[in-house]
Design a protein around this ligand. Sequence first.
Ligand SMILES: [Fe+2]
Length: 238
Amino acid sequence: MPVSRREVILGGLATAGTAALTLRADALPTLSSGTLKRYPEYQAFADSPLPFVVPGALPGNVKPTEENILGPYFREGAPYRAKATPPLAKGITLVIRGRVWGFDTKKPLVNAVLDIWQADADGRYDNDDPKRPPAKGVYVNRTRVLTDETGYYEFETIHPGPYQTGPNAWRPSHIHYLVRKAGYTNLVTQLYFKGDPLNAKDEFIKASLVVALEGVKVGGATIETGVFDVVLSAAQKK
Ligand SMILES: [Fe+2]
């Protein structure tokens, strides 16, 4: 009996993370529909200009992006994917995009690696409970993205929730970044959101890392978008 595409995919997912993947021997190639549909509303969003970004050159008054604490929840090895969150994760959809620049050259950096990690809508990380550590190879609310040939990156996620760090201490909503590019100093930082009432109570926040979000209507829903450019300092020569 022929195997459907869905069965092939589910068969593959069932073994993901536990063994090397092998396509079923009786699977057939995916059929081509022969036409490429355009979706105007999504295209308009994708084509919209990036504020704060001058194509081809970094404005002279822009400084290297400020560092911020790593925090206790980073995990090495997140998968490369455009969406940090699981399908249908609770929360407001958020798209962050921007470019990674070299401070020395004032030019975009191609193939820079951005590690992104954050809390879910309830302020929880996938590894914040020692009694329930995440399964090996399973990364929730984490991703890695590469910059393209223009230094551009983007990812989809949900607006992270704040979390409590002490009896009267809170961390406002934020997204963690670790940005790496050969020849440049690794940057550990975080982005915050303008207007978050908890920003004023946080001891780690820096004004230069606060991003203003914009509401965009996509497919009948309103999502949030924000632009976060990253400027890396050249590594010290030894
Ligand atoms: Fe955090």
